[in-house]
Design a protein around this ligand. Sequence first.
Ligand SMILES: NC(=O)c1ccc[n+]([C@@H]2O[C@H](COP(=O)([O-])OP(=O)(O)OC[C@H]3O[C@@H](n4cnc5c(N)ncnc54)[C@H](OP(=O)(O)O)[C@@H]3O)[C@@H](O)[C@H]2O)c1
Length: 275
Amino acid sequence: MTTKVILITGASDGIGAAAARALQADGHTVVLIGRSPTKTEAVASELHADSFLADFADLDQVRRLAAELKEQYPRIDVLANNAGGIFDQQRTVDGFERTLQINHLAPFLLTNLLMETLLASQASVVNTSSAAAKLFGNINIDDLSNDNNYSPNKAYGDAKLGNILFTKELHRRYHSQGLSAAAFHPGIVSTNFAHDTSSPMRIIYQSPLRRLMRMTSPEKGADTLVWLTEGIPGDDWESGEYYVKRKPAKTNAQASDAALAERHWNISAKMVGLD
Ligand SMILES: NC(=O)c1ccc[n+]([C@@H]2O[C@H](COP(=O)([O-])OP(=O)(O)OC[C@H]3O[C@@H](n4cnc5c(N)ncnc54)[C@H](OP(=O)(O)O)[C@@H]3O)[C@@H](O)[C@H]2O)c1
């Protein structure tokens, strides 16, 4: 297997850290991106890997991160946009709803700022989405921050549906230039997920009830991420697709709306100052 240069966000914990461990064990060069300095440093010293910090609730930190990565890595084979979670309604310093920004706007900006390197590397972009896209997603394109219809679950479902629309639009815009993109759902995984929300998801994930949910381990949750990252687009998986357990899967009907994907991209670009 060819070894790759792999950037993973949300690598300080849960699915991202488990994927980083597996990929490093397979001989790849793994670059860890985290928010918490202590947690990120702990994984970096365990793996002897490079690490970078950015809080995705602050887009200037994402811009600084992109500049650092661009400077340091002339080749990026895979960008795994994995950082995310469900949070309560709050505005970021950039003025956007927090769950939308951390799960969608920040990785959207990071990917676009790295686009030159990603295209030159014929890279893959792997986006960690969720079954929540289907369960809770119902995007109102004129109200991406859900100012008029907010609940933590809807904000999260919309943001994860946004990851799939982003994947499809990345494919449409850039696959002919050699870039590939995929999104996936990792399963119901026992991690630090939902530790910072009033959504009932917190009870499911962060109380003794989690034992009843038969959650999967972070290592198993990372399986599809590792498979997409190590795989060859076109041979092992199809660019523009959404996967569950290594198989193409059905998701929210809005994910197949190409006009919505294009508008979602254009509005996101305007929000993060890329238009
Ligand atoms: N667990 C599940 O059942 C499940 C199901 C479907 C999808 N997912 C998705 O899987 C991905 C990984 O989640 P997980 O389950 O591994 O949860 P986790 O253990 O809470 O890990 C989340 C990662 O995202 C990072 N992160 C959170 N807020 C951030 C911010 N403001 N800026 C930058 N990084 C931030 C965290 O950094 P810190 O360590 O500093 O907090 C951590 O590294 C997420 O996108 C989540 O939505 C999870």
